[in-house]
Write a protein that binds this ligand. Sequence first.
Ligand code: GLU
Length: 306
Amino acid sequence: MKRSPLTVLAATAATATLVLTGCGQEGSPTTGGAAGGGATSGASAPTYDVAADVALTGSPTFDKITSAGRVVVGVKADQPGLGLRSAASGEYAGFDIEIAKLVAASLGLTPDQIEFKETVSANREPFLQQGQVDMVVATYTINDKRKEVVDFAGPYYVAGQDLLVRKDDTSITGPDSLAGKKVCSVEGSTPATRIETEYPQAQLVKLDTYSKCVDQLTANSVDAVTTDDAILRGYAAQQPDALKVVGAPFSEEPYGIGLPKGDTVLRGAVNDAIEQAVTDGDWKAAYDFTLGGSGTDPEPPTVDRY
Ligand code: GLU
């Protein structure tokens, strides 16, 4: 990695983030996923070279970012390992946060020029459509329905729908054993839709965030939580004595970076950034620092330039 003054600045900011995030954690997390920052995975905080003199002619979103001097990125705030806001420091940590930082760096923006804005599953498309965010990096599955109103760069990761249950539960082994069970998922998510359409014998409970579903599970108010395995592993790592992931994924959830529809210039640039990160090792550094402690070592997916 070559060191420009901007890189040094970015490195300093990233270190500060790690320290602050560490202060906000409760207990001693066993994985980077639980920490949302990889404090015990052994990986150090990555830094990303900030590009100089970036010009994206014909991108209205980039024009907006340039004149504002910052990029607004919609992220999750309650998903350990992916997008988690520390209650103590207000800092965000996780794989999606690292992806946002490396994409921002490729557009010429330092970490302190990123404004993270909390999104939940159901408001990702509206936030992009209304211009409330410039991009969304929030465990956001690329699919044709969503592509009708937003665009996607990526994928940068592929998850799969799975189930989180109480540790002592042996009755739920996969989606076919959900008949009559109360299953919690989130409004506006692909896992909720899949339960409704493919497993209607389950009793679906829809809330606005997955952490609320997890609270319902530990309170015995529901029998399972369903969403992407990567998300569920983060919750299980926070309460390993109480919760477990079933571990039989039953869908493919390719994660994309949501962008305002029609900004093909920006989409091309963000796709370039993801490919570059895979090539130069930044993707791996981001993964190892965040999700890497969860015992998985996936190959990055191939970008789909539709
Ligand atoms: N990846 C799925 C989705 O985009 C589930 C995770 C989420 O709701 O953020 O709907």
